[in-house]
Design a protein around this ligand. Structure first.
Ligand SMILES: Cc1ncc(COP(=O)(O)O)c(C=O)c1O
Length: 523
């Protein structure tokens, strides 16, 4: 272990030591050669963090490579590799005969303007657009910068899963001849309970219901706690498939202001709870889709307290929780659930095997109701798939796999944001996600992103227009992009084309067109 004091970084900078690494009161950065993350990646990550936090400002010159090497007791090559990685992520740039400089970063999306909390009928308003997006996402020839799932087995542990499945079938051929009955694989539920501790949840296997993806978990939760005609609180913007889900159950929606960086407004929520305007709440406090933001620990605790005080169930969608970039993971709201009013829902579709469609819920006081609904809804999850997943989780490779995914997605997000800053109109804003791989982009100049969507479809490029993420027209100028795909020339070209069309529609020049830094200042 090499421990290096951070003031070495700061020599020659006006930045103070604590400013550069505010999260580390000891002001030390540890490079651990034994960790599976290479030294140059660790070095790059710590500089990336300082850039994102704004402690290393756009336009700042990085310290000389030899000095960084000396102060970190690493080779010059290690620093060069780290700088190369930061350059690939679009965070720094080399200037001839001058050194490396921090590039600008995209302005953050700011709090959305006045927000009227109106009860709306999810009806069929957005269904046509959803169908159109799904059709494009499903098309094998389209370039997908939209679907929130890496359609590429390279990012999933396909080889290991195949080996485990084959071995299980060889050893237990009767697995596929067995009628899976509720509550489903005990071994998988035990493994899930063991893993849930990472997110601060103390659960037993008996408190877990296996579901067909997170979608079924959300549906069962809503069915358990609402009646047709009830009103459900949602974040705004929110995961677009919640609207047809509510519509299918005869429920109404009330969209609650959600800060693009800090998540659901708890002040607004508290008012609604006091006025008894919602029967349940669906939120993504860990990593929000589509914003990518996450709530602070203090807010998570306050949210748990609010729903326990007002006895309104929180359906916590934790689908992207394991992909949070911070380690250790920030606990789920469920970890602070005093009396069982939080129904935690998630799945392995984003991290292990989308096709397995295995999810789960820990439903607190609603456990029995949900377990019964699950049985009449789809009986139980496949034994073969459940045992395969259990074996994969038990065999110890999952955490390593998650670390790889987090690194890949964080780097992809940086690269995609860099391209947006370069090719999208000046004044474009984007969120900086806390985890996962989706982010939110807001365009200037009255651009209608459904128009962009139609134009890009003609070139076989699929994006997701902001209009999908609300029943209002509030986000007609926004897009959600996904960067879970291998970041190749095709993908970069698709973002470039999206930017060119946005410039055309807005009548504004691209970010780099007027000699501004490639990435304008962070707000
Ligand atoms: C926030 C959120 N919740 C739920 C789902 C559905 O998850 P699953 O595929 O596990 O049913 C998705 C899918 O993209 C999602 O983004």
């Amino acid at each position: 272990m090499v421990t290096v004091t951070q003031n070495h970084y700061c020599d020659g900078y006006s930045l103070r030591l604590q400013q550069l690494y505010p999260s580390n009161p000891e002001a030390t950065v540890s490079l651990a050669p034994s960790s599976d993350q290479r030294l140059y990646q660790q070095l790059a990550d710590s500089f990336a963090e300082a850039i994102h936090e704004g402690t290393l400002k756009p336009g700042k010159r990085l310290p000389a490579i030899r000095r960084v090497a000396q102060s970190h007791q690493v080779s010059v090559n290690t620093v060069l590799n780290a700088w190369q990685l930061l350059e690939d992520r679009g965070l720094i740039e080399a200037r001839p005969q001058s050194g490396y400089y921090v590039r600008g970063v995209l302005p953050a999306v700011t709090r959305h303007g006045e927000h009227k909390t109106r009860v709306r009928d999810p009806g069929s308003g957005k269904l046509d657009l959803i169908d159109k997006v799904f059709a494009a996402q499903n098309h094998p020839d389209y370039i997908n910068i939209s679907l929130a799932c890496p359609q590429d087995s390279e990012l999933f542990p396909a080889t290991r899963i195949a080996r485990i499945t084959a071995s299980l079938l060889r050893r237990h051929p009767n697995l596929i001849g067995r009628y899976a009955l509720p509550p489903g694989s005990e071994r998988l539920r035990e493994e899930i309970a063991r893993r849930a501790l990472h997110a601060g949840q103390r659960l037993t296997a008996d408190e877990i219901t296996l579901t067909h993806g997170c979608m079924e978990a959300l549906q069962l939760a809503l069915r358990a706690v609402t009646q047709p005609g009830d009103c459900v609180g949602l974040e705004s913007p929110t995961y677009f498939f919640l609207f047809p889900l509510l519509a299918s159950l005869g429920l109404k929606a009330l969209e609650i202001p959600t800060d693009p960086q800090h998540g659901l407004s708890l002040d607004a929520l508290e008012m609604l709870l006091q006025e008894q305007r919602i029967k349940a709440l669906i939120a993504m406090p860990g990593v929000q889709n589509p914003l990518g933001c996450g709530m602070s620990l203090a807010n998570k605790k306050r949210l748990a307290k609010l729903v326990n005080t007002y006895h309104v169930p929180l359906i916590e969608d934790g689908l992207y929780d394991e992909l949070q970039f911070d380690w250790p993971l920030s606990p789920a709201v469920k970890a602070f659930d005093r009396d069982g009013w939080v129904i935690y829902c998630t799945s392995f579709t984003k991290t292990v095997a989308p096709d397995f469609r295995i999810g789960w819920t820990a439903a607190g006081r609603f456990h029995d109701a949900i377990a019964r609904l699950k049985a009449v809804s789809s009986m139980a999850e496949s034994a073969l798939l459940s045992e395969t997943l259990a074996e994969f989780l038990a065999s110890g490779g999952y955490d390593h796999h998650l670390r790889t995914l987090r690194r890949r997605y964080a780097a992809n997000l940086d690269e995609a944001r860099g391209l947006i800053a370069r090719y999208f109109p000046q004044g474009t804003r984007a969120t900086l996600p806390r985890g996962g791989f989706v982010f939110w982009v807001e365009l200037p100049g009255n651009v209608k992103t459904t128009e962009m969507f139609d134009r890009l479809l003609q070139e076989q490029i699929c994006v997701t227009p902001g209009a999908l993420y609300s029943l209002s027209e509030r986000y007609n100028h926004a897009l959600r992009l996904s960067c879970c795909y291998p970041f190749d020339a095709r993908y970069s070209r698709a973002i470039q084309r999206a930017g060119e069309i946005a410039c055309e529609l807005s009548g504004l020049p691209a970010g780099e067109a007027q000699g501004v830094p490639l990435r304008p200042q962070t707000v």
